[in-house]
Write a protein that binds this ligand. Structure first.
Ligand SMILES: NC(=O)c1ccc[n+]([C@@H]2O[C@H](COP(=O)([O-])OP(=O)(O)OC[C@H]3O[C@@H](n4cnc5c(N)ncnc54)[C@H](OP(=O)(O)O)[C@@H]3O)[C@@H](O)[C@H]2O)c1
Length: 248
């Protein structure tokens, strides 16, 4: 198994790379601005006896996408985890004030960039008659929240892309799903107080927020041979805060 994980230089992507490596897969991770962080992830994988390579890929710079896929070679599992977060913080701006350039940049990177990467990897999967593709999306996009319209819109476009691909590539043994993260605890600094995190955790079905390792386990299952025939699904992690009246 060769797994290609975008945005493997930190957070959920790094944890996913380790999950694949621990299961015996060879791993290629991508980084954008963090070659040192990526090298650290490669080192951690090698320390657990795994094999990993880091390649540069910038979803905003489409010219980097095909070369990154070519450098990796044939791929059995593709995890589209990298994200261009965007420049607009939640609640910082009214919808009507979002500049056109921000819409364009979000869709250019997070939708078209991911589509181009799938296009680069798909022919090899079709040839081998096996493939697993996992998009990483967000509960904030699914449910909506005030603020980052372009981020959520781009994420929801990936749900459409996954459903189309599931039909398009299913006949060649390729299963395509979306892993929907809720608020996930990673090593990244967050402008959120512990009290706010506890409040959100209390609104989830399992009363706890997932770690990057929890998300990695979900992504790895969907993107492995253990997933025998789940496709075209949007699988929500338990870290998603509920909308129901039980959620308080
Ligand atoms: N953490 C959460 O609470 C949460 C919640 C919902 C959904 N998600 C989703 O989960 C995924 C991972 O989130 P995370 O929290 O682990 O993020 P993160 O720690 O910020 O990592 C983002 C990754 O994406 C890469 N990246 C950033 N801009 C890029 C670009 N233009 N082109 C290519 N790669 C780029 C980064 O590479 P460099 O560091 O090398 O630049 C990094 O490896 C994302 O798709 C995110 O939307 C996360």
């Amino acid at each position: 198994m060769h797994a290609f994980i975008t945005g493997g230089s930190s957070g959920i992507g790094a944890a996913t790379a380790l999950a694949y490596a621990r299961a015996g897969a060879r791993v290629t991770i991508t980084y954008n601005t963090g070659p040192d962080r990526a090298a650290e992830v490669v080192k951690r994988i090698e320390e657990v006896g795994g094999e990993a390579t880091a390649v540069h890929l910038d979803l905003e710079d489409h010219a980097t996408i095909a070369p990154a896929a070519a450098q990796a070679g044939p791929v059995d599992a593709l995890v589209l985890n990298a994200v261009r977060w965007g420049t607009i913080m939640p609640n910082s701006m009214d919808f009507e004030d979002v500049p056109a350039a921000e819409w364009t940049a979000a869709l250019h990177a997070n939708v078209v960039g991911n589509a181009l990467l799938v296009q680069a990897v798909l022919p090899g999967m079709r040839r081998s008659g096996f493939g697993r593709i996992v998009f990483v999306s967000s509960g904030a996009a699914e449910e909506g929240r005030p603020g980052p319209g372009p981020y959520g819109t781009a994420k929801m476009a990936l749900h459409g892309m996954a459903r189309a691909l599931a039909w398009e590539a299913g006949g060649d043994g390729i299963l395509v799903n979306v892993a929907v993260a809720g608020l996930t605890i990673t090593e990244a600094e967050r402008p959120v107080t512990q009290e706010a995190l506890d409040r959100i955790a209390a609104r989830t079905p399992s009363r706890r927020l997932s770690t990057a390792d929890d998300m990695a386990a979900l992504i790895h299952f969907l993107g492995s041979a253990a997933n025998r025939n789940v496709t075209g699904e949007f699988v929500r992690d338990g870290s998603n805060a509920g909308r129901s009246s039980h959620a308080g």
